[in-house]
Design a protein around this ligand. Structure first.
Ligand SMILES: Nc1nc2c(c(=O)[nH]1)N[C@H]1C(S)=C(S)[C@@H](COP(=O)(O)OP(=O)(O)OC[C@H]3O[C@@H](n4cnc5c(=O)[nH]c(N)nc54)[C@H](O)[C@@H]3O)O[C@H]1N2
Ligand SMILES: Nc1nc2c(c(=O)[nH]1)N[C@H]1C(S)=C(S)[C@@H](COP(=O)(O)OP(=O)(O)OC[C@H]3O[C@@H](n4cnc5c(=O)[nH]c(N)nc54)[C@H](O)[C@@H]3O)O[C@H]1N2
Ligand code: SF4
Ligand SMILES: [Mo]
Length: 686
């Protein structure tokens, strides 16, 4: 590898993009070699700190397994190196042929978590529409969209990062901040130091639960019943923010009537959380309102009733008056910038975006096609065929549910192109693999809505032959004949300049301020002087938009699949994906020093379940669901660490893929999210 660093010696300040938190870091360069990464000051996001994954960017950058040349699969399955020009020429030719034979919509594009969410995502969406296909897929079909929709349907927005430091009560549902969002921890500490209370609701004892005033371990998928129970308590005791509700909310009567049946006893029967604990939680809410940060994590999303459970919690936050306050359910103001997508210029709604008929809310609001339905289209079972796919920064052959089907579907494509750094499970199925640039090799605009700051990352180094995300889409677009019109910028710097144009912040100003620029002062309770961005302009406890689509207007609680369909063949519940500090989904298992800490996958099992099954610690067990099975090592945890009856397995292992066991056919009717956190299973001795 002959990397070229932007400076010969010194430090380059940029943002870490090893996760979406985006902490400020310094990358150290000595004699043209990247030698270290250290945390940098000046950015309120990380306040001079960094997590252990921060400097693993160098392990990735210099990894000996990195793909540095385009690869083409041969008929015998082997890959050979080819030139970038040959690869792009052949890819473009094949995509064009599919377009000519089957129409542009027979090609799809897929963006994963690794590349990011602003221009990185917009390049992909732009390319799709310029080519003529509406079929944009992403990891967001199983991440974040349910949380976004749950809040958006109530208030018209969602900001994923509340300012916990100013809360009197922090209420966490299904989230594990010390592992997933380490910078939240200093805010928790600040709030705790001022006497704030903490409530954690999670079937698994995650590290944050150790600091909680109340820790409740509900039956997975039942959080909606708890939310309604708390709503009922607030209404019954008259302790909600009545002036706020009267002035700014619609649907109070309907929710008051619906909430009535969720007495603490009913909540206990449904969720397993004791009735007196429900009353205690309500008391903490009453005592601290409106200064409450409610935060919902992925733990609530991966259920087939996720959006409505999250909606019920969003309503609870509004009843407390926690809407758009300093620590609450924030209404972010965005940067006035140019958007790269072409939804306005080239709308393709009539082209039948995949999944838009099944999950219209997902498509209307998120402009996202449904990745699980795409598998059927690839297998020739859709309304039209999906024949070609270009994937960047994703590893769906590990991270999507029902991967036996995913592998079959991807293998059925006429062309699969994967842009990645490594030979992943997904890349192995590709016809062409393109070497991707890591974030250290890119310069991109990032926005943090919580702090209303815009940042520009600095490209630190370049590897000959390895191209950034913009070059990938640009080079394909020019070969396909729409480069001149839609990908005219010379390079990503010119794109960055274009994105920033309307903002009044120049590229040069941002370059000079790597710690970011606040584009607008934070302003709260904006609903007092402008309508909310919902159809009615008010907080919507009832949604006529959903009603018109034939969905319940209020977030009715539907017990989870496993309670509605008890099956004695599958008496346990598999919950997947509780994150680990050192791994990021399917990433970093190839970093030796991380792998030493986590040498292999384990299935966490409650000791009483293990005893009943006659299983001992470290024994191999087979986890079996309706659709698949996986042999994995058992790890018997302490009885307080898991609710009884639950098996927990991490989802990102390349060699122990739990998504063989998870379903893609039980989905949330609003977001289309798969059931990944309460899958009925049994455990056998293999
Ligand atoms: N180190 C690391 N950090 C990450 C990631 C990573 O892979 N590694 N991934 C990033 C991404 S993309 C995401 S989306 C976020 C996710 O981050 P979080 O939103 O914090 O989600 P998880 O870590 O998956 O934590 C989910 C918790 O929900 C619990 N849970 C499961 N089912 C239920 C339920 O029905 N109800 C309740 N109340 N709890 C439940 C689980 O036991 C688990 O502790 O993390 C991000 N941060
Ligand atoms: N069972 C189960 N499944 C889940 C979840 C769960 O909790 N349980 N969580 C879901 C969630 S929340 C998410 S976000 C998804 C994530 O799923 P994916 O989007 O598939 O994310 P990763 O597995 O991290 O795959 C990222 C790929 O990008 C590559 N990569 C790394 N850096 C770069 C880069 O800079 N550029 C490019 N082009 N490629 C890069 C990596 O090598 C890796 O192969 O998984 C989902 N799947
Ligand atoms: S939390 Fe860790 S991985 Fe995420 S941006 Fe910060 S240092 Fe990087
Ligand atoms: Mo995610």
């Amino acid at each position: 590898m002959r990397e070229k660093t932007v400076i010969e010696n010194g430090r380059v300040r940029t943002l870490c993009r090893m996760c979406d938190t985006r902490c400020s870091i310094d990358v150290h360069v000595r004699a043209g070699i990247l030698t270290d990464i250290t945390p940098a000051d000046g950015n309120p996001v990380n306040q001079g700190r960094m997590c252990p994954r921060g400097n693993a960017a160098l392990d990735v950058f210099y990894h000996s397994d990195r793909i540095l040349k385009p690869l083409k699969r041969q008929p015998n399955g082997d890959f050979i190196e080819i030139s970038r020009d040959q690869a792009l020429d052949e890819i473009a030719e094949k995509l064009q042929k599919i377009k000519d034979d089957f129409g542009a919509r027979a090609v799809g594009v897929w963006k994963g978590e690794a590349v990011g969410f602003l221009q990185q995502e917009e390049y992909v969406r732009r390319f799709a529409h310029a080519f003529g296909t509406p079929n944009y897929f992403s990891n967001d079909s199983a991440c974040f969209n349910s949380r976004f929709l749950g809040h958006y349907l109530v208030a018209g927005f969602w900001n994923p990062f509340p300012d916990y430091s100013r809360a009197g009560l922090i209420f966490l549902f299904g989230t594990n901040p010390p592992v997933c969002h380490p910078p939240f921890m200093s805010e928790f500490a600040d709030a705790k130091a001022r006497g704030a209370n903490l409530v954690v609701v999670d079937p698994r004892l995650n590290p944050i639960a150790c600091y909680a005033d109340i820790f409740a371990q509900p039956i997975p998928g039942t959080d909606g019943a708890l939310a309604w129970g708390l709503i009922h308590q607030l209404i019954q005791t008259g302790s909600y923010d009545q002036p706020f509700v009267e002035r700014y909310c619609i649907g109070m009567e309907e929710i008051a009537a619906y909430a009535r049946k969720f007495t603490p006893q009913v909540v206990e029967a449904q969720t397993g959380v004791y009735a007196d604990v429900v009353v205690q939680m309500a008391e903490l809410i009453r005592k601290n309102q409106p200064w409450i940060s409610f935060y919902v994590g992925a733990g609530l999303e991966h259920h087939e009733n996720g959006v409505n459970n999250i909606r019920a919690l969003a309503i609870l936050a509004c009843l407390c008056g926690a809407l758009d306050i300093e620590c609450g359910f924030g209404w972010p103001e965005t940067l006035n910038r140019n958007d790269l997508t072409l939804y306005r210029e080239l709308p393709l709604d009539k082209e039948k975006p995949i999944g838009a008929d099944l999950y219209p809310v997902l498509y209307h609001i998120r402009k996202e096609c449904h990745s699980m339905t795409a598998m059927d289209y690839m297998l020739g079972k859709g309304e039209y065929p999906l024949k070609g796919l270009v994937v960047t920064g994703a590893n769906p052959a590990v991270t999507n549910p029902n991967i036996r089907k995913v592998e079959k579907a991807l293998s059925n494509l006429d062309i699969l192109v994967v842009n990645d750094l490594f030979m992943t499970r997904t890349a192995r199925l590709a016809h062409y693999i393109l070497p991707a640039a890591s974030y250290l090799e890119r310069s991109e605009v990032h926005i943090n809505h919580k702090h209303q700051r815009v940042f520009l990352t600095t490209k630190v180094a370049e590897i000959p032959g390895v191209c950034d995300e913009y070059r990938l889409w640009k080079d394909l677009a020019w070969r396909l004949g729409f480069g001149e019109t839609y990908f005219k910028w010379e390079n990503e710097t010119e794109v960055n300049r274009y994105i920033l144009e309307p903002s009044g912040i120049s590229l040069e100003a941002l370059q000079a301020r790597p710690e970011g620029i606040q584009y607008k002062p934070l302003c709260y309770r904006k609903y007092q002087f402008q309508p909310l961005p919902t159809p009615s302009g008010k907080v919507e406890f009832t949604s006529s938009y959903l009603k018109n689509l034939g969905l319940p207007a209020i977030p009715e609680y539907v017990p989870p699949y496993h309670l509605r369909h008890t099956n004695k063949d599958f008496p346990l519940l598999l919950t997947t994906g509780a994150r680990m500090t050192l791994f990021y989904h399917s990433r970093h298992q190839n970093i030796e020093r991380f792998r030493q800490v986590h040498p292999q996958a384990v299935a966490e099992i409650h000791p009483d379940d293990a005893a009943q099954l006659g299983i001992v610690d470290k024994q191999q067990v087979r986890i079996v669901s309706e659709i698949g099975s996986l042999v994995i090592q058992a790890k018997i945890v302490h009885k307080s660490e898991l609710r009884r009856g639950i098996i927990e397995v991490y989802h990102g292992w390349e060699d122990w893929r739990i998504n063989f066991v998870t379903f893609d056919h039980i989905t949330d009717p609003i977001s289309g999210f798969p059931l990944l956190k309460a899958v009925p299973v049994r455990v056998e001795k293999p």
